[in-house]
Design a protein around this ligand. Sequence first.
Ligand SMILES: *Cc1c(COP(=O)(O)O)cnc(C)c1O
Length: 401
Amino acid sequence: MESERQINQYRTPYFLIDQDELESIVEELQAAIQLYWKNTIMGYSFKTNSLPWVVEFFRKKRFYAEVVSDDEYNLAMKMDYSKNKIIYNGIIKSKETFLEALENGCIVNLDSEREILWLMDTDTEKHYSVGIRINFDLEQMCPEQSQCGNEGGRFGFCYENGEFARALAAIKQYQNIEVKGIHLHCSSKTRSLDIYRAVSFMACRIKREYQLDLDYVDIGGGFFGGLKDKPHFADYFQCISEILCKEYDKEKTKLIIEPGMSVIGSPVSFVTSVIDVKETNRNLFIVTDGSRNNIDPLMTKTSYFYEIWHSDPDIRSKAVDKQVVVGYTCMEHDRLFELKECRKLQPGDKIVYHKAGAYTMCLSPLFIKYFPDIYVKKGEKYRLVRQRWSEEEYIQNSIRW
Ligand SMILES: *Cc1c(COP(=O)(O)O)cnc(C)c1O
């Protein structure tokens, strides 16, 4: 197969971004949101994968940059995002970039008390709009689906205990500041439609209860994307719009979404090679030049989407009971998956992990080996978009004497 030949051509390990697939996911997203809420802003969640090529791709697709730190804010500026096409979220904004973003007309969602105090340093002659992130009891609304269960989420101002109301009142003290948006991004275990029904319901309730006049409702990210058996973009926006339209005018209030995983997770693969086969009295280990650190840096995945390319086309070779595929690090827990009753792997065989684009390359540590090559595939053409790091990049900015 052509793709197999191509895959064999480059030195492993490497990430491979399928640009055609990425384009079609973004098209699906845009079509779905157009269907249900035309008046919309899409922000790309930088933290999910901020590879410069990826960030540039989303800029060209007219996404805003959704950033959650001063470093990410500066990266968005460096990557030529328009100075007002930044959605500035998160708890580690710097005061300097916070004020600059407000001045530039960015969408700034306040997350903490200290940011309310920073508003004191805005120009009293000018007028500014801000958003507030809401912390609400998702676990109560969707039992066993929220990320933190009974411990609750830690972002935004809590609705139930009155912190949100206090934040609103505190901001009202500033003559030049108006709350024009609410932000309700939630992390969940399930990424289910229930979560977005709960989020939309809260958005309505809060508008009603506090008589807010809002330019936008930001429902954040956290969607599935590119997975057959999971909700699709259209499913999410249908149920969001059904609820929101009871309280919000589609013409007047923008729906903001901040996808990350759902757009960049699926179209990225990680290509590795078998470099050694090792037998012990307890196991047969298949040693590869990829690591869990590359595709599961948080060590939370229990299975992977993978494919095996045998270098020897002779399929008559005998099956073995059990093979354990392991990574290159010197950590015992760097074990990826087991093969039962499968053809024995041998050096030179390739293992390709799919759907490896979210929270992978951006979270990998520089542990034992440095960052691998990254290619973009468009049609049958491959293009190197980040060369692997060597000791040169590793030591940059260091002082050794
Ligand atoms: C992480 C995050 C996102 C993106 O979440 P995904 O699960 O990658 O879609 C969007 N908005 C905020 C505020 C986030 O923290």
